[in-house]
Design a protein around this ligand. Sequence first.
Ligand code: AMP
Length: 173
Amino acid sequence: MIDRLAGAVRNVPDHPEPGISFKDITPLLADSRLVRYAVDELVGPWREAGITKVVGIESRGFILGAMIAEELGAGFVPVRKEGKLPYTAIRETYELEYGTDTIEMHIDAMDASDIVLIHDDVLATGGTAAATERLVEFAGASVAGFSFLIEIGALDGRSALRGHAPVHILLTL
Ligand code: AMP
């Protein structure tokens, strides 16, 4: 089944720019049995972790992130690119290879009582996930772990998260 899952991730060369091999999960999302399998596998390690909120990173992290949250009996919190959230937000700016990026989370999305799982579809350099962790910590909540469907092994995003909370990933591509 894990091979079928890996086979349902499409590599799109040179998207969105030359040199990037984009991991397109839409073929996987189109197959409900693969989605069911992926969600079960992603949820497994966290069932007894007391997770109260799952943070999904814009935008593909929203899809499985919301399903993981529901399965864990936790709330779902979106982290979005700057300027997208309607209410008062806290923000974090982080370095990219060229330039910077900013992500935001609603100021009332969580509090010190929350135990948080951070989810995205793809771990690349890990910069976005690390910045999301800082947002969660700024809000006073604690990060129990990170959850990704796919890691791009060559980029070693795990090293950006080394020494942080535990990381669980289904596929290394
Ligand atoms: P990162 O470099 O780990 O901070 O990734 C930045 C964001 O872009 C994350 O939301 C990743 O899921 C997404 N991303 C980065 N590289 C890829 C890729 N090759 N295919 C699909 N999504 C990607």
